[in-house]
Design a protein around this ligand. Structure first.
Ligand code: GAR
Length: 200
């Protein structure tokens, strides 16, 4: 069974959707550890409630980003995880981390990449006047929000949308897309060919 590590910084609603999909048996996988760079992240609480190991790693206690990630990797490896899911993890991972886990790190972004990368996707979508948005689950490479795309789902942008209303509509799709991408991975059906992900 696939063992998953989930990295969070906040609410962890995507984490919850992954845990639920594992628990219900729709994915043959288990979340073994949740790591957060923020002590108050509700994702840690969600993990504890399910009896999942929850660890806070304060980046300020480490001399560099890589040292912080080495500690994170040690936790991930101690649980034998074969997939790392970034779920609202608001840190950019280093090349060292990406190279350590080739093809084994996924991220979810709340827009249709390569449009609107970065930390304020909904704000940027609304400011640009885009008529559709959505979410993207992708493998992580050494650039921000740029790796090979696994799944994208679109939603309409309505006049009068706010970051909150658009964010809620996108989040509903995220909660379906992330478990679906993990399911495909757990079944060995994802093949990375250059920039592309082929679903077998
Ligand atoms: C999600 O919308 C996720 O796509 C986004 O943060 C939110 C986390 O929500 N991630 C990014 O913006 C990464 N650039 P959650 O903590 O409830 O899963």
């Amino acid at each position: 069974m696939l063992k998953i590590a989930v990295l969070v910084s906040g609410s962890g609603s995507n984490l919850q959707s992954i845990i639920d999909a594992c628990e219900s048996g729709s994915i043959n996988a288990a979340v073994k550890i949740v790591v957060s760079d923020r002590k108050e992240a509700f994702g840690l609480e969600r993990a504890k409630r399910k009896g999942i190991r929850a660890e806070f790693l304060d980046s300020k206690s480490f001399s560099s980003r890589e040292e912080h990630e080495k500690a994170c990797a040690a936790l991930i490896d101690s649980e034998g995880c074969g997939l790392i899911c970034l779920a609202g993890y608001m840190r950019l991972v280093t090349g060292w981390f990406v190279r350590k886990y080739p093809g084994k790190i996924m991220n979810i972004h709340p827009a249709l990449l390569p449009s609107f990368p970065g930390a304020h996707a909904h704000r940027d979508v609304l400011a640009y006047g885009a008529k559709v948005s959505g979410c993207t689950v992708h493998f992580v490479d050494e650039e921000m929000d740029s790796g090979p795309i696994i799944i994208q789902t679109s939603v309409r942008v309505f006049e009068g949308d706010t970051e909150e209303t658009l964010g809620k509509r996108v989040l509903e799709q995220e909660h379906k897309a992330y478990p679906e991408a993990i399911k495909l991975f757990s079944e060995g059906r994802l093949e990375i060919l250059g920039r592309k992900v082929i679903v077998r």
